[in-house]
Design a protein around this ligand. Structure first.
Ligand code: CTP
Length: 400
């Protein structure tokens, strides 16, 4: 089978170096990648690097290899064009149909999905001119990833960073597999909790769990791809921020509760995928707990943590808000799931069967999604993204 053909457009920003990692991911996962930098991108990363990593010649102008009509061919034959980083200038050119170099020509001839990953200073991103260009490109069906918040070039911080290359790769993979899908969650705010809380005993020890956060991150990534504004409340997940998602880092169940309640105030849906510790140590020792010669350790007294899912389900802050919980069960999976759904008062409960062989941290999952309306949606064994898509399908149905 022919490898999917990807054009990686690189425009002139310092984040161009991160596009090398995106290129590596694309080629290593079996894509035929043609890199088309702008002339200014070559100030940051040279043609030799792009050529060596892609295995193809690299040119910036339409005048090279004129007999092959590259300005038409490259775009026509592509299955996906991704521009990363996309500067404010590149977005403006693309929105207005300018074609003064090979990349802008390629964008005009491409009939495949196009993904832009903008990176620029916050002021440039927020400028009405850029925002209008982004809106124009989105209205025409392009995927424009929201930039990340964080350290920019120099001492500035703010919105405008290129998202993690691995996360841009995930967006590309989704678009290649599914095309540009209807942004059925556009205009919605969704909150997802992920990871596992850690309840400190002393400054060096905690009670924790094995949740990797991968399912919650897949939910956040998928909701962003479907157009939602996403707040991801992440507890100790150690994963890169999904592209286009606002991430709030927390440690304990009490911190997670605070962050969820704050974000849920204007949310259309809340998905509690985090593994929240049901108990925490009754006392926090401010100094390290030391062993004492000849003495057995003191038992650790625990107290209950608040049940966040039950609280937000019982105390709906917004009419029509859809609340989703997760449950891990080892026996009588469906019966226990039904009972838990009722007890918690949520609208949907994703029930996973766990066991010694079904470990945390895996890339795949299998579940049944139970609805408060009596519905039962089985999700066969597959990637965590597939389960995430089903959850959002069911949420979107309920949001109407
Ligand atoms: N949850 C929560 N607050 C807690 C504990 C759990 O919001 N203090 C949420 C989790 O995020 C998840 C669901 O409730 O969505 C899991 O409920 P839980 O009763 O903890 O179920 P299990 O983990 O399956 O454990 P068990 O039935 O053994 O209590």
């Amino acid at each position: 089978m022919d490898k999917p053909k990807v054009v990686l457009g690189v425009s002139g920003g310092i984040a161009a170096y991160k596009a090398c990692e995106l290129l590596r991911r694309l080629t290593e996962s079996g894509h035929d990648v043609r890199v088309v930098p702008t002339a200014s991108a070559l100030h940051f990363v040279g043609a030799a690097t792009w050529s060596a990593l892609s295995g193809h010649p690299v040119s910036t102008e339409v005048w090279d290899d004129v007999h092959e009509v590259p300005h038409v061919r490259i775009g026509q034959h592509a299955d996906l064009v991704v521009v990363a980083p996309a500067t404010a200038d590149m977005l403006a050119k693309a929105a207005h149909g300018l074609a003064d170099d090979l990349l802008t020509n390629t964008l005009l001839t491409a009939r495949c999905p196009v993904v832009f990953a903008p990176a620029m200073h916050t002021e440039m991103w927020e400028h009405p001119a850029t925002q209008e260009n982004v809106a124009t490109l989105r209205a025409r069906g392009a995927v424009v990833i929201e930039p990340a918040v964080g350290r920019l070039t120099g001492v500035d911080t703010g919105k405008g960073r290129l998202p993690d290359p691995g996360e841009i790769f995930e967006v590309c993979r989704r678009v290649l597999a599914r095309g540009v899908t209807e942004p059925d969650l556009r205009g919605r705010h969704v909150v997802v909790s992920a990871g596992g809380t850690r309840e400190p005993l002393d400054p060096v020890r905690f009670l924790g769990n094995r949740s990797s956060g991968k399912q919650g991150y897949a939910l956040a990534r998928t909701a962003a791809a479907r157009g939602a504004r996403v707040t991801l409340i992440a507890a100790n997940a150690l994963l890169p921020d999904p592209a286009g998602v606002d991430v709030v880092q927390v440690g304990t169940a009490v911190e997670l509760r605070q962050a969820v309640l704050a974000a849920a105030a204007d949310a259309d849906a809340v998905v509690m995928a985090a593994a929240v510790a049901d108990f925490r140590p009754a006392v926090y020792a401010t100094g390290k707990i030391k062993k004492k010669d000849g003495q057995e350790p003191e038992p650790v007294a625990l107290v209950r943590n608040p049940d966040i899912l039950a609280e937000i389900s019982g105390d709906r802050v917004r009419a029509g808000q859809v609340i989703v919980g997760f449950a891990a069960e080892t026996d009588d999976v469906l019966a226990n799931g039904r009972a838990k759904l009722k007890r918690k008062g949520c609208d949907l409960l994703v029930v996973n069967e766990v066991g010694e062989r079904k470990t945390f941290g895996s890339e795949e999952n299998e579940a049944v999604v139970l609805g408060a309306d009596g519905s039962e949606t089985p999700v066969p064994h597959g990637p965590k993204e597939a389960l995430a898509e089903t959850v959002w399908d069911l949420v979107a149905e309920r949001l109407g």
